[in-house]
Design a protein around this ligand. Structure first.
Ligand SMILES: Nc1ncnc2c1ncn2[C@@H]1O[C@H](COP(=O)(O)OP(=O)(O)OP(=O)(O)O)[C@@H](O)[C@H]1O
Ligand SMILES: O=C(O)C(=O)C[C@H](O)[C@H](O)CO
Length: 403
């Protein structure tokens, strides 16, 4: 059987060392060891909600690489698209949560295995024909090779039948932020779902106002002339006010209907089967010279079909303690408050929100319902230390999707 994942998240995961809340990194005598990484966190949330999520990355051929792979598998995330690089180490980062709740992250990832990713890794990822590919600005910031990979995935997503999900994930301490902003802007016309924070909306669009952010993203999407009729009219989120002809979203709509059909597996089969029974078969070629790891991939994508509500880019705007804004039925942003009852460690909450939203959308939920699922996941992450430790149990997660 050809295995087709619901989601492939592409990026870097690292070992995370964290002292107790309020403890100073300069003086802490003990630290807890976790694994974190934005795109892996997204995959973990999707997997927890019952979706088939694979992580695509590289780790070192070192104990920390082993740790990242084991953590991914324990989260139910497939690792067959993770290469092991014997020449570069697995990245490490440290996180301290100050007594006032403020967080500080320190990276030791320069020259890491994941920063060696390049566009040559794209064919194996695309060959799995995932329903959605998740990329973020963090990977763009890792270096020119990873940036090329993100661009190649964005360019190839549609042909591979995948929705492109983009989180700008600006991380000033990684550098290259001008490059990240420029690349994100360029990729907007190729993006189906943009999930960003208000702190990222400001540099990207010059505003944090939800309606203005939604409109700016829409305009950027349409301004590239990607509408198939050549029109540069801005798409309407409710699909009402698009003038003239089919838009690129129309193609996604067709595709979304297509991916809900059982026979689409056969349609995707040539690509995937050409590469082997599963994605794993495609890897040695694409990750040349990098040994491959296997993981829990033995499940066909379990989520249903994406049901786009409008034409154009779909936006989710995260607002930290204020909650989140998603697309309402009338096209205007709808606000959902945070579900967190106590704030301990908000790092990773945005990834859980994205993963929850995406899984729910792929399962057929509309944006408001999907944002609620995402918020519930994010709220639980905020309440617990670690990037993913607060995720609900599979049973509780399934109940959230059904509720
Ligand atoms: N301080 C907080 N108090 C209450 N809820 C929070 C807080 N921070 C985050 N959340 C919840 O988590 C969601 C996502 O968080 P946020 O907006 O900070 O995303 P983010 O900046 O992408 O986070 P990260 O990149 O660390 O994953 C919010 O919409 C909200 O529901
Ligand atoms: O900041 C990064 O690069 C990470 O991936 C570390 C954290 O897991 C991430 O910031 C959480 O979103």
């Amino acid at each position: 059987m050809v295995i087709r994942p619901d989601v492939v998240g592409v990026g870097e995961a690292m070992v995370l060392l964290q002292p107790a809340q309020g403890a100073d990194l300069a003086t802490a005598e003990r630290m807890d060891v976790h694994v974190g990484g934005a795109e892996l966190n997204v995959c973990a949330a999707v997997a927890r909600l019952g979706g088939t999520a694979w992580f695509a990355s590289r780790v070192g051929a070192d104990p920390f690489g082993e740790r990242v792979l084991n953590a991914a598998r324990a989260l139910g995330v497939g690792t067959s698209l993770v290469g092991r690089d014997s020449a570069r180490p697995t990245g490490v980062f440290f996180k301290e949560v100050r007594p006032d709740g403020a967080r500080r992250v320190h990276y030791y990832r320069s020259g890491s295995a994941a920063s060696g990713m390049d566009e040559g890794d794209a064919p194996a990822i695309l060959a799995t024909r995932p329903r959605a590919i998740v990329v973020s600005g963090i990977t763009i910031a890792l270096g020119e090779g990873p940036e090329r990979l993100v661009r190649a995935l964005a360019d190839g997503a549609r042909e591979a039948g995948a929705l492109l999900v983009l989180d700008p994930n600006l991380r000033p301490s990684l550098g290259r932020q001008d490059r990240v902003l420029a690349t994100v802007r360029e990729l907007l016309p190729l993006t189906d779902l943009l999930v960003l924070g208000q702190d990222e909306a400001e540099p990207l669009f010059g505003t944090t106002d939800p309606a203005a952010v939604f409109a700016a993203a829409s305009t950027a999407w349409a301004a590239a002339g990607r509408n198939l009729d050549g029109s540069t009219e801005g798409p309407d989120f409710a699909g009402n006010a698009v003038s003239g002809g089919e838009t690129a979203r129309g193609v996604v709509g067709d595709f979304a209907q297509e991916i809900g059909r059982g026979d689409d597996r056969a349609a995707g089969g040539d690509v995937a089967r050409g590469a082997g029974e599963s994605a794993r078969g495609a890897e040695p070629e694409a990750f040349a010279g990098v040994a491959q790891e296997a993981g829990p991939e033995g499940r066909e994508g379990l989520l249903g079909s994406w049901a786009p509500v409008g034409r154009g880019i779909e936006v989710v705007l995260k607002a930290g303690a204020e909650g989140v804004y998603c697309l309402g039925a009338d096209g205007a942003p709808v606000h959902l408050p945070s579900a967190a009852r106590v704030v301990r460690d908000p790092v990773g909450a945005g990834d859980a929100l994205l993963g929850g939203y995406l899984a729910a959308r792929l399962a057929g939920a509309g944006p408001e319902r999907a944002a609620w699922v995402g918020s519930e996941l994010a709220g639980r992450i905020v309440e617990v230390y670690g990037d993913v430790e607060g995720l609900p149990s599979p049973a509780e997660a399934a109940a959230l999707l059904r509720r």
